[in-house]
Each structure stands twice: as structure tokens, then as C-alpha cells.
Design a protein around this ligand. Structure first.
Ligand SMILES: *[C@@H]1O[C@H](CO)[C@@H](O)[C@H](O)[C@H]1NC(C)=O
Ligand SMILES: *[C@@H]1O[C@H](CO)[C@@H](O)[C@H](O)[C@H]1NC(C)=O
Ligand SMILES: *[C@@H]1O[C@H](CO)[C@@H](O)[C@H](O)[C@H]1NC(C)=O
Ligand SMILES: CC(=O)N[C@H]1CO[C@H](CO)[C@@H](O)[C@@H]1O
Length: 674
């Protein structure tokens, strides 16, 4: 233990140098780099800031500084020593920024997470002040009445109330939140947890690793934008904080690409600005923050269409590095390229993505080298924060900095990358819980911690009224597999069980189809009114992974984008993105037994246990969570043929507009896979 302490100190003193370099006390008054995570933040209204929440000094058992590390089970199951037991406390945790959520737990075991956007059907649930109190009160009552707890009734009284990220960027209306909570629940004491600490705790404690280098990065938090942590056993330390705002940088650059934003006026403004002089052009940002959040995913899809531009890339890199201080200055070289037209815009998109990835990799390489010098090994790399939704970067880190795809893994190197199912702000509340009560046992699976359909009471009568049939009576997954493989290749919406936690639909609120015809991707995208270049993603049973990728590429919440083997792409054209990769969900029996069985039944008929899925939502809406909205979509969406809700199979009404043959052909031909 002492040896490790000394090692850590040297790691930290290295970090201290970084602090003096980067940590500007004007920007980050709490300059706490090197501090153990989970300590009380300097909250403004947090009155009782006494206890250290994350237990110290229990990490010695997991030190393998010079020894071999045992293999890492991919299924997240391993045991921590008996004496490390989470306290049996009831905890409620809240996050009121965009992507607001509420989580409750008994000890470290999360019982449910309510993402407010799913309840109010407002994407990102922005920090609207309107009806703040009544919205939150309603959300809290839903948690009280509808959370599915492990052992029957859920706690109605909490030992801890956690507010995430309120330390320094307090908005006055947020100060009401504890009061609103106490109208619904009794809470004994309130604590405050820093934003990136919550991201890091959530990421690390849901990972299979016993030690890790953790990177949490996004567009902002009360404690910075880009933080690196070292995690061992039960402890995390923040070892660096850099003023590298990749989160804001990425969607800000995206905002100048009309192909991504759909707003051609902004493109015109950008081109007109070229009349100004200089390498850097002052250009005001033209989108609200909430709208801009949606650009990131679109840019990632769009960036796969071209190679980066050699002239523009160095400028993009400097843009990212300067952003914290020069908010509105955009490189001329980039604007010129964009104004050349479509081809230029694509190259710029590729450059934005490539430089983003390069910076992340360089930072990780630096810290891994530093740890190696200090002879501290880590089992894995954890990527979290909203930027960890960038699956292309996640995949590059997996391929280049870990042993995941190596035939003979070097035990001293990180074995793999882990990305939690809700790396963005909607996952913060889980990290908040784990600041008080870090999990000590096997890792909890987090994919399906959402809520049952909010109006499930009406399902039975709706089913009878519309003559729906019970799938179990028809033959269960085998019948569904038969339906999906019918010649017309229908699209089937599947709505079962608890909703997914996190941005990906993982078979509980999904649209499914067999990926063996090229027009399916177009039908899917049209059905969702999505841009044609956005990827559809396959779900693949564990048994099929090797056949598709050449190795077992696990990705239980679609967090990577590996390359699909050429011959598979030919047979199943809708399975891969234009760049030849797939953003897939791997499904093992332990992840979701019903979906796994369905995939195997489909595989029996098509030769590949895979379906393409897309999340069951319509334009601009969050993923559905009501019977009423699901049925409305079945009635209105031309390409949707069947809807399964729990065990009830609904057929699209007769007379609905037939499948239109109006596929964006130009797009298909123009961008067929290279
Ligand atoms: C914190 O809580 C303890 C026990 O509940 C109490 O004795 C103490 O006065 C509180 N401290 C503050 C600053 O409120
Ligand atoms: C964050 O994740 C939630 C799901 O957990 C998703 O609905 C939301 O759109 C995401 N927000 C951003 C800004 O990506
Ligand atoms: C595959 O099909 C055969 C014959 O139809 C059937 O006996 C078997 O149970 C099926 N296997 C799966 C996994 O569905
Ligand atoms: C089709 C597809 O895009 N796959 C999706 C499966 O579910 C989640 C929900 O959108 C998506 O993020 C994946 O993109």
C-alpha cells in the first residue's frame, strides 16, 4: 500500500505541474486536481458537507503493479472482497441540467432512472424554467409510483439526496429542487457531487475493470470539460483537468455545415463572412445550445463520407485547442473549404472528426506512458462524458491502445475500453449515487433501468379493440422470426419491458428488420425522417460476432464501430454504414434473453443471427414510452408494418398508405459503399 501511495504521489505531482499550467483559478476556483473523487464539492447551498463518501484505503487488494492481471471477464461479473460492503442506504440522485434525470438506489444498487425527456416527450429536456416546479414534482411522483424496485416497494424516505454538478454553476431556480423533492419524499441529508466526478464514477463502477485510466470529456460541467482520473479498487483520483473543450468544439464546427444542420442560411452567413480579413474569422454562433446538441451525432455519420482535408485539419486542431478562450473565432481555411460546396463540406467534416480523435488518442497515450514510467498498470480504459458517444473514437482507442483485438494480449497493457450505456449527462445521477455508495459486488447491468410504459394500463383494452394477437400463442420468437423473414421484409416495432437507460434503443423500444436488402436502410431512415447518411445499426447475437467482424467485438450498448468483413457486407448490405463499419449492439443471453433468442431464430432462417434496429421514435422526439404514442406511429408511419407491445402483436391498419417506392435513389447510388 505504501509503495502504491508513493507511486500515486509521483503520478500526482506530475499532475500538479499540469495544474499550474492549465488550471486557471479564475475559471476553476476549486482547483482540486489530485483530490480523491467523491469528496464534498464546494456547494453553495449544500449545508452538510461532512462525510467522505467514497471509502478510502481499500484498494490494496487490487494492486497488480508488477504482476500479471487475471483475464477480464466480458460479462462484468466478478467479486470484490467480502468486507467491502456497500452501505444499505436509500439514495435519491438528481441532475437538472439538459438531459435531466432522477435515479434512486438501495445501497449501490440502482433501482431505476427516470430520464425526464422520456416522460415529457421533450428531447434533451432542456433547463427550461417554465413550470420548473410542477414538472419536477410530476417526475418525482412518477418515480414514487412507478419505479420497479428489486424487492417490492421502493423507498419513500432517503438517507441521502444527491445533487449533481451544482457546485459552481448554480442556476437560481435549481435551488428549489431539494424543496420540491421534499414535497414528495423525506430526505435526511443533501450532498453535492461534481459533474465529471459523477461521469467518472458511473463509468468506472459499471466497467469490468479493477483499475482504469478514466477520461471524462464533454462540453462543460461545474468542474471543467476534460478530466482524467486514475481508478484503482474502490478509489478514484482526478489526475488532470485540461481546458480542451472537444464537446462544444465538435458541435460548434458542425453548425457551419448546412448538410448537418439542415439550415442553409447559416452556410450563407459563413460564406459571406469570408469577406473579413485574417486567418481567424469572428463568427457568432447561430444556434441555441439545445439544438446544437443534436448536431454531434449527425456530424459523426456525415464525416464518414470522405477523407479529411490536409489543408484544413491543422486549423481544426488549433480551433479545438483555442476554444476555451476564443469562443467565436473560426478558421478561414475551413470556411473556404465549406463554401466550395458539398465535396469541401465532406472533407471538413472528416477533418473535424479526425482531429477530435487525434487529440483524444494523444492525451491517452501521454497518460498511459506516464503510468508505465511509474510502473502503475491499469486493466482498462474507461471513456465517459457526452463525447464518449463518439463511437468512431471509441473504436480507434480500442484498436490502437488496448489489447482487445490482439491474439496474445500483453498483461501489462490495458485489456480493453469500456463505455457505459449512458455516458452523457443523463447518466450523471448514477455516478451521484455511487459517490455515496460505491458498488462492492458484481457489476450491475445498466441497459434497461428505465420505466415500463407509462400508460400500460390501457394495453389490454387497446389490444382487444384492435384485434391484436398474443405472440406467445402464435409461437413466440419463432413466429416473429418467420414474420421478419417474409418476402416483403416487413419492419416491426418491438416495445417490451423496461425502457432502455441511455441513448440507444437496445431491443426494448426498437424498430427491427432483416438486413439483407439494400433498400431497408433507406426505408428505415425515411420512416424516421432521418438524413440518408445516418447509420442504421445491427443487433448481433454473440454467436454471430466472429462471423461478422472476424473477432468477438462485444458492444452491449452500441459503443463501438468495428469494420464489417467484406463478404458479410455483400450479403447483408443494410448491416454496415457507408464507411464499411457497423455500430452494432452485441447481444449475449445474459444481456437480454428474449432478444437473444429472437436473433438466433432469425439466424436459423437467414444464416446470420442479426437484425437491424433503430430506435422507436419519430422526428425530433425522444424514444417512445406510451402505448398511445406507439399505436399512433403504427397508424401513421407508411413503412411500419407491425407493432409488438409486450406480448401483443398489432398489425398496421388496412388502407394505410402503402410502402412508397420513392427511395432517395440518387443518394443510394451516389454513396454506395466504397
Ligand atoms: C451535519 O449533520 C450532522 C448530523 O446530522 C449535524 O450534527 C451537523 O450539525 C451538521 N452540520 C452542518 C454544517 O449542518
Ligand atoms: C443523452 O442521452 C440520452 C439518453 O440517455 C439521450 O436521449 C439524449 O439525447 C442524449 N443527449 C445528448 C445531448 O446527446
Ligand atoms: C432452427 O430451426 C430448427 C428447424 O426448424 C429448429 O428445430 C431449431 O430449434 C431452430 N433453432 C433455433 C435456435 O431457433
Ligand atoms: C438503427 C440504429 O441506428 N441503431 C440504433 C439502434 O438503436 C439506437 C437507437 O437509435 C440507435 O442509436 C442506434 O443508432
Amino acid at each position: 500500500m505504501r509503495a502504491f501511495g508513493a507511486v500515486l504521489l509521483t503520478v500526482l505531482s506530475h499532475a500538479d505541474e499540469e495544474v499550474s499550467h492549465f488550471c486557471d483559478p479564475e475559471i476553476f476556483p476549486s482547483c482540486d486536481v489530485g483530490a480523491r473523487v467523491g469528496r464534498d464539492a464546494p456547494g453553495l447551498w449544500t449545508t452538510n458537507a461532512t462525510r467522505l463518501a467514497v471509502k478510502a484505503s481499500r484498494s490494496s487488494r487490487f494492486l497488480r503493479v508488477n504482476g500479471r492481471l487475471p483475464p477480464i471477464p466480458h460479462d462484468h461479473e466478478f467479486l470484490l472482497p467480502d468486507e467491502v460492503e456497500a452501505e444499505d442506504k436509500a439514495i435519491i440522485s438528481l441532475q437538472a441540467g439538459h438531459d435531466a434525470s432522477i435515479a434512486i438506489s438501495v445501497g449501490s444498487r440502482i433501482q431505476c432512472v427516470l430520464e425526464l425527456e422520456r416522460l415529457f416527450e421533450i428531447r434533451y429536456f432542456p433547463e427550461a424554467v417554465d413550470n420548473f416546479q410542477s414538472n419536477w414534482r410530476q417526475a418525482l411522483e412518477i418515480v414514487r409510483d412507478r419505479c420497479d424496485c428489486d424487492d417490492g416497494p421502493c423507498p419513500q424516505e432517503f438517507d441521502y439526496g444527491i445533487m449533481v454538478g451544482f457546485g459552481l454553476r448554480l442556476k437560481t431556480h435549481f435551488t428549489w429542487l431539494p424543496k420540491v423533492v421534499e414535497l414528495v419524499f423525506r430526505v435526511h441529508r443533501w450532498r453535492n457531487v461534481n459533474h465529471h466526478e459523477a461521469h467518472a464514477l458511473m463509468g468506472y463502477f459499471s466497467s469490468p475493470f479493477r483499475s482504469a485510466l478514466v477520461l471524462s470529456y464533454d462540453g462543460g460541467g461545474n468542474d471543467g470539460v476534460f478530466n482524467v482520473f486514475l481508478a484503482r479498487g474502490q478509489d478514484l483520483w482526478r489526475i488532470a483537468r485540461k481546458p480542451l473543450n472537444l464537446g462544444t468544439g465538435y458541435h460548434r464546427l458542425a453548425s457551419y455545415l448546412p448538410q448537418v444542420t439542415g439550415a442553409s442560411e447559416v452556410g450563407l452567413v459563413a460564406c459571406a463572412a469570408l469577406e473579413k480579413e485574417g486567418d481567424w474569422i469572428d463568427l457568432k454562433y447561430s444556434f441555441g445550445d439545445t439544438l446544437a446538441l443534436g448536431f454531434a451525432g449527425k456530424l459523426m455519420g456525415f464525416s464518414g463520407l470522405s477523407a479529411p482535408s490536409k489543408e484544413v485539419s491543422p486549423w481544426i486542431r488549433r480551433f479545438y485547442e483555442r476554444l476555451e478562450h476564443r469562443q467565436n473565432e473560426v478558421p478561414r481555411a475551413m470556411l473556404e473549404k465549406i463554401c466550395e460546396g458539398e465535396t469541401g463540406a465532406r472533407e471538413v467534416a472528416a477533418s473535424i472528426q479526425e482531429e477530435f480523435a487525434r487529440i483524444v488518442r494523444e492525451v491517452l497515450v501521454d497518460y498511459l506512458a506516464e503510468l508505465e514510467r511509474k510502473r502503475v498498470s491499469v486493466e482498462g480504459i474507461v471513456l465517459t462524458g457526452g463525447c464518449a458517444l463518439n463511437v468512431v473514437v471509441n473504436q480507434q482507442v480500442r484498436d490502437t491502445l488496448t489489447e482487445a483485438t490482439s491474439d496474445r494480449p500483453n498483461p501489462m497493457k490495458p485489456q480493453d475500453v469500456y463505455v457505459p450505456p449512458a455516458p452523457n449527462d443523463s447518466g450523471l445521477t448514477v455516478g451521484g449515487v455511487w459517490a455515496v455508495s460505491p458498488p462492492a459486488g458484481p457489476r450491475q447491468k445498466l441497459q434497461y433501468l428505465g420505466f415500463q410504459l407509462f400508460d400500460k394500463e390501457v394495453l389490454q383494452s387497446a389490444a382487444e379493440e384492435r384485434g391484436a394477437q398474443r405472440l406467445s400463442a402464435l409461437g413466440g420468437v419463432h413466429f416473429l422470426a418467420q414474420l421478419l423473414t417474409e418476402k416483403t421484409r416487413p419492419i416491426v416495432a418491438v416495445v417490451r419491458g423496461r425502457q432502455e437507460f441511455g441513448p440507444r434503443a437496445l431491443g426494448h423500444r426498437s424498430l427491427l428488420a432483416v438486413p439483407d436488402s439494400p433498400d431497408l436502410r433507406d426505408r428505415m431512415n425515411r420512416l424516421k425522417f432521418r438524413q440518408w447518411y445516418r447509420p442504421v445499426a445491427p443487433m448481433i447475437a454473440e454467436e454471430g460476432l466472429e462471423g461478422v467482424f472476424g473477432h468477438k467485438s462485444f458492444a452491449p450498448s452500441m459503443e463501438f464501430a468495428p469494420v464489417v468483413l467484406e463478404e458479410v457486407r455483400e450479403r447483408f448490405p443494410a448491416l454496415a454504414h457507408f464507411d464499411g463499419t457497423a455500430r452494432h449492439q452485441s447481444v449475449s443471453k445474459g444481456d437480454e434473453p428474449w432478444v437473444h433468442a429472437l436473433l438466433l431464430a432469425v439466424g436459423n432462417r437467414t444464416g446470420l443471427p442479426a437484425l437491424i434496429n433503430t430506435s422507436f421514435n419519430s422526428r425530433g422526439k425522444p424514444i417512445v414510452n406510451t402505448v398511445a404514442e406507439s399505436l399512433k406511429m403504427l397508424d401513421e408511419l407508411a413503412d411500419l408494418d407491425y407493432l409488438l407491445i409486450e406480448d401483443w402483436l398489432f398489425r398496421a391498419p388496412a388502407g394505410k398508405p402503402a410502402i412508397s417506392s420513392e427511395i432517395p435513389r440518387a443518394a443510394v447510388e451516389w454513396f454506395s459503399p466504397r
